[in-house]
Structure formats: structure tokens, C-alpha cells
Write a protein that binds this ligand. Structure first.
Ligand SMILES: *Cc1c(COP(=O)(O)O)cnc(C)c1O
Length: 491
């Protein structure tokens, strides 16, 4: 093999010796993945994992090389078929995005570039900031607000809380922490567990987070919130943080963001919005009005990897007050010295706005997705996803042996099969459907009742997929609650 100009003279380099051969293999792999995505629908959504498959992944560290196509074959035969199935149109178990073919290519391109987005003078940082500015504009935040990509909303919620903590305590937070500050905060009983965890991680303690009851449509009860704030003030505690939810995980409820922002402004409390699930619904003209008030948030956390369909993982935190955001994370470490010119220029850097120093180019797959599909189409897709949830609701309401357990707000439908002993039977139904490969629903509890939950998030899901899930729920319901019935199952 004669080496091409530009090929690596270092024999220890990990680049291929034979690029031509590598290129052919790469094309085969790409074809395999495109074939997979094109024919997803023909596969079971999920399948139980035999012990023989698990045992393939308990080998010692490989010291010696294996042919790349042989490793790829292991991926195709033993990893790919055994995911949770969230790319599949009948995956409705949890709020997992479906990914897209364009997103897959974006991952390949950015992996090839291998950018480290901690900082320095590079266009990838400008791309991240471009996406952040799209989002600032979309959510009605001021242009001088700040934001960064993070793994997901769990971390984005934590960052929102940490900046709010700086706002409440000031710079002393860095050395003295929050001792003696008596900070207290509020979120609805339906808030995501990552909010509670953030209080633990931030050293504020979970007891400082008040759990406020929800109203009939699962929004935070505003009167109960005001009472709790007044109670705490009477006890000389300092209310400093409200975590609103735009799209709860149980039923997809969106808190009254305008009402909450009024209270937050009046009481001088930081308003954080956990929009992991619902914030991007602002792209859908029919859903956007429901998010009114989001523009008043002090911080907003959301995910591109859920309704946005950007491949995992991609979350964002936006903060209205960029100075406080910077003040919370900027490091004084000397080796992060900034220049005004050259590669070490471009300050402030993304690493000044979060806990990560090395950061991947997550922004690229979001940027690529929005460029390739356009925000309008993404909005229409989200609108359709929620319309499918309403279709499912109407099917349930018109089917006598099914009961709707919560009104559909966004994309989540909670229902059960009516029978004696419904909790036990419906839990079994959900597992039977999962194991059949027909669809993947999950379960939750609504007002103490066990519900089968369909979280319709995937852009590939159609009304036939909804019908298939409901048909499976009824036919398993009949066979489980009446084992003598010989009704055949039609997958
Ligand atoms: C998914 C979700 C989270 C957590 O987000 P991750 O991206 O999984 O870290 C937080 N809040 C809500 C409402 C969610 O739906």
C-alpha cells in the first residue's frame, strides 16, 4: 500500500492503514443503519433479553484487536435488537424521543470533528450560541440572556437552582455556602424527581423544597402555593425558588406559568421552569398559547431529545440574568487563562456557565436537526403527536371496557382496562404488551389507581399504532381477567 499525502507517518496512530478498505466498511455500516431505520416498523418494539445475550457482555478487556466488521456484527446482532425500543413508532412507554436519520448523520459529522466545547476560539462554540439564541428568541427571553447545552434537564434543573442560589445568597455562596440562610422553595407534587434531587445535590436539603398539591387538572395549586409562601415568611424563612413544570411526567400538565410569574415577581422569588417535556411545544401554533408566561421565567430547562427528536443526549439551560449565571460557575483556575487573540481567546467560554470543562458538540445535532427539517415542520410534528394523544383519548372514551384516568393535556394518555381487581390486571396487561413486542406502554398511578400510560413522543407514531396498543390492551385484558376465555390474540 502506498501512503497518500497526508496519511500518518506515526505507526502507533489509530488511523486505518488502509483507508480505502476502511471507507468501504464505513459505507457498509452506514447502509446497515439506514436499513435499520427504514424498516424499524417491522421489528418488535422490545424483546425480553435472553441470558445468553447478556453473557456476551461479560468478557475481559480485549487486549488484541478484532476486525472492525466483526465488531460491527456484534453491534448489529447483539446490541441493536436489545435496546428499549424508543426509535420504534410503537414505543410509548416513557417520554423518549425517536431520533431521526438526519440526527444520526449529525452525530457522525460532529464525532469526526471531535470538538471540545469547553471554550476557546472556535466556530463550534458560535454554533452552540446560535442555537441558544434561537431558543432565547423562541421563548421570549432577552437577547443578552445566557444558556448552554447540557446532558439533559436533570442537570439543567440543577444549574437553574444553583444560579437561583447565587441570586439569593450572593458571592458568599462560593466560600460559606448557605448555612443560616433559611432558604425554602416550592414545586408541585407532580414535579419531576430531578427537582428534588437538585436540592439534595445543591446542599440545600430536600426538606427545604415544599411539595405543593395539584388541582384537578394536575397543575400546581396557586392558592396552596401562596399559603405556603406566607406560612414560611411568618416563620422567618426565605422563599427563594419556585420550580414550575411545563409538561408533567404523569399526565403532561402545564402549570399556570403566568400566574406563577405574577407571584414570583411580587414575592421576589426566582421562577424556574422545568420544560423538559413541554417547552418545545411552543413550536406548535395550537399549543404555544398554553405556554404563556414562560417568557417571564428566570431560568428554563428543557430537552431536545424528547419531543424535539434530537438524538440523545441534548438538554439546555437558559438563564435570564447572564451575569448571575456566569458568577455561579466561572472558575478562577489559572490554566484557564484567557487571551484576547489566538486559540485561547473568545472568552467568556461555555465552561464558565456550567460545571463541565470538557464538553461535546451536542449543539451540533440540534443545529443540524433544525436546519434540515426547519422549525415549522418540527412544530407540526409536535402538534400531530399531541393530536394523536387526543385521538387516543377519544377512542378510549368511546370504548366501554376502557376508562380514561386523566384528561389529555399534551401527549400523555393514562387509561385502564375495566375489570375486577383492575390494579393487578392492568399492571399485567402493560407487561404482556411489552413482552409481546406489539408496543411499549408504561404504568403510573393516578389518584391511587394503576394506569397504563402511553407517552406519545415519537415522530413516527401513527393512528394505527394507537389502535394496535388499545387492541392489545383489551385483548390481554380479557385473557388475563378471564383466563378461561379462549379469545385468540391478534398481534
Ligand atoms: C425527562 C424529564 C426530566 C429529566 O430530564 P432528562 O433529560 O432525562 O435529564 C425532568 N423533568 C421532566 C418534566 C421530564 O419529563
Amino acid at each position: 500500500m502506498t501512503k497518500k499525502a497526508g496519511s500518518n507517518p506515526n505507526p502507533y496512530s489509530l488511523d486505518p492503514e488502509d483507508w480505502q478498505n476502511f471507507r468501504q466498511n464505513a459505507h457498509l455500516m452506514l447502509d446497515d443503519m439506514l436499513e435499520y431505520l427504514e424498516t424499524l416498523r417491522l421489528r418488535p418494539v422490545w424483546q425480553p433479553i435472553p441470558e445468553s445475550e447478556r453473557s456476551l457482555f461479560r468478557n475481559p478487556l480485549p487486549w488484541l484487536p478484532e476486525d472492525i466488521m466483526s465488531v460491527h456484527k456484534t453491534f448489529m446482532n447483539h446490541i441493536l435488537p436489545f435496546g428499549v425500543g424508543n426509535s420504534h413508532p410503537r414505543f410509548m412507554g416513557w417520554i423518549h424521543g425517536g431520533g431521526t436519520p438526519a440526527g444520526m448523520l449529525a452525530e457522525m459529522l460532529s464525532a469526526g470533528l471531535n470538538a471540545n466545547l469547553g471554550g476557546r476560539n472556535q466556530i463550534p462554540v458560535a454554533v452552540e450560541q446560535e442555537v441558544i439564541h434561537w431558543m432565547l428568541e423562541l421563548f421570549g427571553f432577552p437577547d443578552n440572556a445566557s444558556g448552554i447545552f447540557v446532558t439533559g434537564t436533570s442537570i439543567a434543573n440543577l444549574i437553574g437552582l444553583l444560579v437561583a442560589r447565587t441570586a439569593a445568597v450572593g458571592d458568599k455562596i462560593h466560600e460559606k455556602g448557605v448555612e443560616g440562610e433559611n432558604l425554602v422553595a416550592y414545586a408541585s407534587a407532580s414535579a419531576h424527581t430531578s427537582i428534588l434531587q437538585a436540592f439534595d445535590l445543591a446542599g440545600l436539603g430536600t426538606l427545604s423544597l415544599r411539595s405543593i398539591p395539584v388541582n384537578k387538572i394536575h397543575q400546581i395549586d396557586i392558592v396552596a402555593l401562596e399559603n405556603a409562601i406566607n406560612d414560611d415568611k411568618r416563620k422567618n424563612l426565605r422563599p427563594f425558588f419556585i420550580a414550575a413544570t411545563a409538561g408533567t411526567v404523569d399526565v403532561g400538565a402545564i402549570d399556570d406559568l403566568s400566574g406563577l410569574s405574577d407571584i414570583a415577581r411580587r414575592e421576589k422569588i426566582w421562577l424556574h421552569v422545568d420544560g423538559a417535556l413541554g417547552a418545545l411545544a411552543i413550536l406548535a401554533p395550537d399549543l404555544a398559547p398554553r405556554l404563556k408566561g414562560i417568557e417571564f421565567a428566570d431560568s428554563l430547562a428543557f430537552d431536545f431529545h424528547k419531543l424535539g427528536q434530537v438524538p440523545y443526549d441534548a438538554g439546555v439551560i437558559l438563564v435570564r440574568d447572564a451575569v448571575l449565571h456566569h458568577q455561579t460557575f466561572v472558575s478562577k483556575a489559572a490554566y484557564l487563562h484567557r487571551e484576547t487573540q489566538g486559540v485561547a481567546g473568545g472568552s467568556p467560554w461555555p465552561c464558565d456557565f456550567g460545571p463541565d470543562l470538557s464538553r461535546g458538540f451536542r449543539a451540533f445535532k440540534a443545529w443540524f436537526t433544525f436546519k434540515v427539517y426547519g422549525a415549522k415542520k418540527i412544530g407540526e410534528m409536535i402538534s400531530n403527536t399531541c393530536a394523536l394523544a387526543r385521538y387516543m383519548q377519544s377512542r378510549i372514551l368511546s370504548t366501554p371496557d376502557l376508562e380514561l384516568l386523566a384528561p389529555v393535556s399534551l401527549n400523555i394518555v393514562c387509561f385502564r382496562y375495566l375489570c375486577s381487581n383492575p390494579d393487578e390486571v392492568n399492571a399485567k396487561i402493560a407487561i404482556k404488551i411489552q413482552e409481546s413486542g406489539i408496543a411499549v406502554p408504561s404504568t403510573t398511578r393516578i389518584d391511587g389507581k394503576l394506569a397504563i400510560r402511553a407517552a406519545i413522543t415519537n415522530h413516527r407514531t401513527s393512528s394505527e399504532d394507537i389502535d394496535a396498543l388499545l387492541a392489545a390492551a383489551r385483548s390481554f385484558g380479557i385473557s388475563i381477567s378471564d383466563p378461561d376465555s379462549q379469545r385468540p390474540l391478534r398481534p
